[in-house]
Design a protein around this ligand. Structure first.
Ligand SMILES: CC(C)(COP(=O)(O)OP(=O)(O)OC[C@H]1O[C@@H](n2cnc3c(N)ncnc32)[C@H](O)[C@@H]1OP(=O)(O)O)[C@@H](O)C(=O)NCCC(=O)NCCS
Length: 165
């Protein structure tokens, strides 16, 4: 056995409606519907959706900022990296881009919620400067007549506006 290294170029761009068909790995049908609903809210400038693709166009990460959820802050939302591409730094690239989207609107705070039983994601956010500041009961539809409820830790991070584009 021997190691082989190749450089992989990634593209970071806005999500387009045609991308939704290639995002089944990011969650079930309810999740795709939630992404579609979030995309609709982007027309009202309430949400920005970001996609990371490989050089061949294959999407490997998706995430959003909700600008309507908190006062004077952007809420990172629906973060997902394709299983095979986790733990390589792609999530960090995604979060950095989403934070830049918040800065570009002149806002200096990022917030997010993490389910209580997702310590790995929580550790990543803490490493990136997020500090836990509360606890909320959250929930979302999971299919006809079914919904999922969970406890989430809320996190917040001050963003420096110096050098914001
Ligand atoms: C949480 C999530 C978005 C993070 O994305 P990610 O691409 O795995 O994140 P990163 O690779 O940037 O950082 C995470 C890990 O990789 C490690 N890492 C970062 N860069 C690395 C690199 N260049 N080489 C090797 N490891 C690296 C980090 O130390 C960290 O360690 P861990 O595996 O012990 O957690 C992703 O794991 C995911 O989609 N999980 C399932 C859905 C989910 O939990 N979403 C979040 C809801 S709040």
């Amino acid at each position: 056995m021997h190691d082989v290294r190749i450089e992989v170029g990634l593209a970071v761009r806005d999500l387009e409606p045609t991308d939704l068909a290639d995002l089944d790995w990011s969650g079930g049908p309810h999740h795709i519907r939630a992404l579609a609903a979030a995309y609709e809210r982007s027309f009202a400038d309430q949400v920005e959706l970001v996609l990371i693709t490989l050089g061949n166009g294959l999407p490997i990460a998706v995430g959003a900022v909700d600008f309507a959820k908190r006062d004077a802050a952007g809420e990172l939302w629906m973060l997902s990296v394709r299983d095979e591409w986790q733990s390589l730094g792609v999530g960090t690239i995604l979060i950095t881009e989403l934070e830049d989207r918040i800065r570009r609107r002149g806002l200096s705070r990022a917030t997010l919620g993490v389910e209580h039983d997702n310590p790995r994601a929580a550790a990543l956010y803490q490493r990136l400067g997020y500090v836990q500041d509360g606890l909320v009961l959250d929930g979302w539809p999971e299919g006809p007549g079914r919904s999922y409820a969970t406890v989430c830790f809320t996190y917040s991070k001050p963003l420096s506006l110096t050098g914001a584009i």
